[in-house]
Design a binder for this molecule. Structure first.
Ligand SMILES: Nc1ncnc2c1ncn2[C@@H]1O[C@H](COP(=O)(O)OP(=O)(O)O)[C@@H](O)[C@H]1O
Ligand SMILES: [Mg+2]
Length: 358
């Protein structure tokens, strides 16, 4: 079978590697000549909205999927009559707009931070009153890895922060005093079958995921699965998705979701019977899902800006190194490593040693 991926970064690369093992050939479309998925998959090097390139991607694919949510709507319209696209355009639309996303979670009965929309200068006062301070101003569209966000300590800072954000549509969110951040990776098959990976506990550095630790048996597993089930069934979702939550005194507040494979699920390559990448391919290609059962505890550390010395990583017992083949650049995700252990404390120690190398 043949899958097309919009985007040629590390997520497309890991999809292609997973696909190669089960006989799925991958073609990616990415405007960067050195897109790292191009080292392991066919690469169409063209703009996201290049009609000829989109037609070529459709012709080379049984199904097209994507590795990021801000796909231009015109690209989806070009693809839609030519090839099956999964997940759906509706899932993309909602996840690419923080306001639509939060409204959907509320409508599904999930808790979120207090929030208000800001579309024009006169919205600032009422938003500040509704949400209070401290708060975070986020652009509705195109934010990732903490980009497009500004912390607001006092309501008086809001108007200038909004101008600094480019006066684009934003939401103001109350700052959540979370105990920890967790995410769930879930997958829904074409036949409606559901599967869930154990929750991952996530720590960020400079707005970018730094460490993800997955320990089976988290007390918030069942409520997180319930949120994911409602979302996937509402959207008729097909594929892998990730939902990020704040744990506030043992209660889940939904932050956001990503309609794709996710950095907090990379541990599943070695730490689960079927990785998130293989399960995404299985789902979008209409194949049976694989078991998401974990082998034990797993921890993943991201390498951002520069790679550590490979030998240092490989010296750690059982460490699995993934280098994405990308040129180093500040703030750029270049690779990750995963450690596994059945014992949570030992897994934590290995993770700390790995983090010391990042
Ligand atoms: N309402 C909030 N309260 C507290 N921290 C927040 C809030 N929103 C975001 N953050 C912090 O900022 C990080 C990035 O925000 P997020 O909404 O996940 O955007 P992105 O799309 O950039 O991942 C979160 O992982 C969390 O650490
Ligand atoms: Mg996030």
């Amino acid at each position: 079978m043949r899958v097309g991926v919009l985007g040629g970064g590390q997520l497309a690369r890991m999809l292609a590697i997973a696909g190669e093992r089960i006989g799925v050939a991958t073609t990616c479309l990415d405007p960067a000549p050195d897109a790292c998925a191009g080292q392991v998959a066919k690469h169409i090097c063209a703009a996201w909205d290049d009609p000829g390139a989109l037609d070529a991607l459709a012709a080379a694919s049984d199904v097209v999927t994507f590795e990021f949510e801000n796909v231009p709507p015109a690209s989806l319209e070009r693809l839609a009559p030519r090839v099956t696209v999964r997940p759906s355009a509706e899932a993309l639309r909602v996840s690419a707009d923080r306001l639509a996303e939060k409204n959907l979670f509320r409508a599904l009965g999930s808790r979120t931070a207090e929030f208000a929309a800001i579309a024009q200068p006169s919205d600032a006062d009422s938003a500040a009153r509704a949400v209070g301070a401290p708060a975070i101003l986020k652009t509705r569209h195109s934010g990732y890895d903490g980009k497009g966000q500004r912390r607001i300590g006092d309501a008086g800072e809001l108007a200038s922060a909004w101008r600094a954000a480019g006066s684009v549509p934003c939401i103001l969110e109350a700052m959540v005093p979370f105990r920890r951040e967790v995410s769930i990776i879930a997958v829904r098959g074409l036949d409606g079958a559901l599967a869930f990976y154990p929750l991952s506990e996530n720590t960020h550095r400079d707005g970018i995921l730094h460490i993800a630790v997955s320990r089976p048996g988290d007390p918030l597993q069942a409520p997180a699965e319930a949120v994911a089930t409602r979302l996937m069934e509402k959207l008729g979702y097909v594929g892998v998705l990730a939902i990020e939550f704040f744990d506030v005194d043992g209660e889940l507040l939904v932050n956001e979701f990503a309609p794709r494979v996710h950095n907090s699920g990379h541990w599943s390559i070695e730490g689960a019977e079927t990785s998130q990448f293989e399960n995404h391919l299985r789902a979008v290609l209409g194949m049976p899902l694989g078991s998401t059962a974990p082998t034990g505890c797993a921890a993943m550390v991201n390498f951002v800006g520069q790679m550590p010395d490979a030998a240092e990583v490989l010296r750690l017992p059982g460490a699995r190194l993934h280098a994405y083949g990308k040129a180093p650049r500040p703030g750029r995700k270049l690779g990750h490593a995963t450690v596994l252990d059945s014992d949570p404390a030992r897994c934590g120690q290995l993770a700390a040693q790995l983090a010391g190398l990042a």
